[in-house]
Design a protein around this ligand. Structure first.
Ligand SMILES: CC(C)(COP(=O)(O)OP(=O)(O)OC[C@H]1O[C@@H](n2cnc3c(N)ncnc32)[C@H](O)[C@@H]1OP(=O)(O)O)[C@@H](O)C(=O)NCCC(=O)NCCSC(=O)CC(=O)O
Length: 447
């Protein structure tokens, strides 16, 4: 990311610019106080832990691929898997374990997976929080590739016999960055309807879907190597009475949409190959596009989250640069994000995605540990991956009252979305265990 000032700006212009920035910041702060939203609390969340028998060790993946796509393509897939950052314990749904003749994903197979993932996560969350399902007034579910009739939200209302006046929304096709979108929607619904009760959000990707690719095109086979079973359920409240038992307060939801750029729009593209197999084609440019989306995203995020010291560092950078009138290449300014956040839960999209994010954000290895370990243990779980990252951080006993958490989602559209949280009470490692409870002691691993 680069912040640069045109060299023709002289000192007085820069001073004027600085004053304007300070005035604008003061005005925004004033406006923020005047129009302050009621606080939104996160009571708790739960991540789905796949059953052992759904595991896909490398050897099983390779053997399976050989049967389905033949030796040559199977060796390509294994090569990709070995470089993907995924470990030996990630899981795929039942349908993906079939050997040829591989059945097309069926509606009942997709429903089975959706019920397994979504109900397990919700059951766990309701058990942890002791919440009565009848207290839920808002329900938002985001799932990219599976959108049945009736919807996933109807499936949940039916299972838990939720209220008939529930405000429910199923968000489809919104990609891996849709977690913060769901959080933002639930927040707005809670604020617009103050006495509606709690909001339940589910972020997941159902793999047994028509777009689970069964052909032989490399760019469409890569998602089969990366995506794995996963989902998270989250409970939000706008009621101050829930504050004492809540873990986090929502500070910001920030969204950036880059679909006006054709390259970004098409870099994750659902289509049929020449043989008619539906799938999602993954462009090699995803990491480049993500960097561009991040630059735009930072323009909104940074003024909101950077502490004053970092904003002043930025101003002084501007002043120094304009005084130097140097002809050498423009220096870059990368904010020290660790001054704004204590924990980073980034989209675990694949090794190259995590490497790219670490580089762009100038993060240390320990700051991307939660993301890398989520990728290793659970794979690319789409929009829920940022919750596996937070689950890891909690299970390691690293979350303390006052800590600031950044969840960053990236995905199809192309979109880049953030949710920023502040921890409002210490979180005990055992309490945070969840999907990580029986394995966190084995992490971090080298990958
Ligand atoms: C796929 C990788 C694990 C491969 O690892 P490396 O890059 O280290 O290895 P590499 O460059 O040698 O690539 C291995 C082989 O894969 C091929 N290859 C890589 N990417 C490809 C692509 N998009 N299409 C076709 N082939 C591809 C290379 O040419 C090479 O083939 P050969 O060996 O023959 O030369 C990595 O590039 C990665 O993590 N990419 C990012 C994945 C990504 O986009 N994730 C986001 C998913 S979408 C998402 O999460 C959000 C959403 O859905 O909304």
């Amino acid at each position: 990311m680069e912040y640069s000032l045109p060299s023709y700006l002289d000192y007085s212009t820069t001073t004027l610019l600085s004053s304007l920035i300070i005035l604008a910041a003061a005005y925004l702060t004033f406006r923020q106080f005047r129009h302050r939203r009621p606080p939104i609390y996160l009571l708790d969340f739960a991540c789905f832990k796949p059953p052992q028998n759904y595991r896909v060790p490398y050897a099983a993946f390779a053997e399976h691929a050989r049967f389905i796509v033949g030796e040559e393509i199977a060796s390509f897939l294994v090569r990709v898997l070995e470089k993907s950052g995924l470990g030996e314990e990630t899981a795929l749904p039942v349908g993906a374990h079939y050997i040829e003749p591989s059945p097309r994903p069926t509606m009942s197979g997709s429903r089975d997976e959706a019920e397994l993932v979504i109900f397990s996560a919700i059951d766990d969350l309701l058990k942890k929080t002791g919440v009565d399902p009848l207290d839920i007034g808002v329900l938002v579910i985001n799932s990219n590739s599976f959108y049945p009739v009736p919807s996933l939200t109807s499936m949940v209302v039916n299972r838990y016999k939720l209220r008939s006046d529930i405000r429910s929304y199923s968000l489809a096709s919104m990609g891996c960055s849709s977690g913060p979108i769901s959080i933002g929607l639930a927040r707005d619904l809670l604020i617009a309807n103050p006495n509606t009760g709690l909001a339940l959000i589910v972020s997941t990707e159902i793999i047994t879907s028509p777009s689970w690719y069964q052909g032989k095109l490399r760019s469409m086979l890569i998602p089969n190597c990366l995506f794995r079973l996963g989902g998270a359920a989250i409970l939000l409240s706008a009621s101050p009475s829930h504050r004492p038992r809540s873990k986090y307060q929502l500070i910001h939801v920030i969204r950036t949409h880059l679909a006006s750029d054709d390259r970004a729009y098409r870099c994750l593209w659902m289509e049929e190959d020449d043989a008619g197999h539906l799938g999602i084609s993954l462009s090699k440019q995803v990491v480049d596009v993500a960097s561009k989306a991040l630059e735009l995203h930072f323009a909104t995020l940074c003024p909101l989250v950077l502490p004053l010291s970092e904003k002043l560092r930025y101003l002084s950078f501007l002043l120094q640069r304009s005084n130097k009138k140097s002809v050498s290449p423009a220096p870059t300014f990368v904010p020290e994000f660790r001054r704004a956040f204590d924990h980073f839960c980034l989209h675990a999209g694949g090794k190259a995605v995590v490497d790219g994010l670490q580089k762009v954000l100038e993060l240390r290895d320990e700051e991307v540990e939660a993301t890398r370990m989520s990728l290793h243990r659970f794979g690319n779980t789409s929009s829920s991956s940022v919750w596996y990252g937070l689950g890891y951080t909690e299970a390691k006993g690293r979350v303390r009252k006052g800590d600031r958490i950044w969840q960053l989602g990236l995905g199809g559209g192309f979109k880049c979305n953030s949710a920023v949280w502040r921890c409002i009470r210490d979180v005990d490692a055992k309490e945070g265990g969840g999907a990580w409870a029986d394995c966190v002691h084995r992490y971090p691993v080298c990958c």
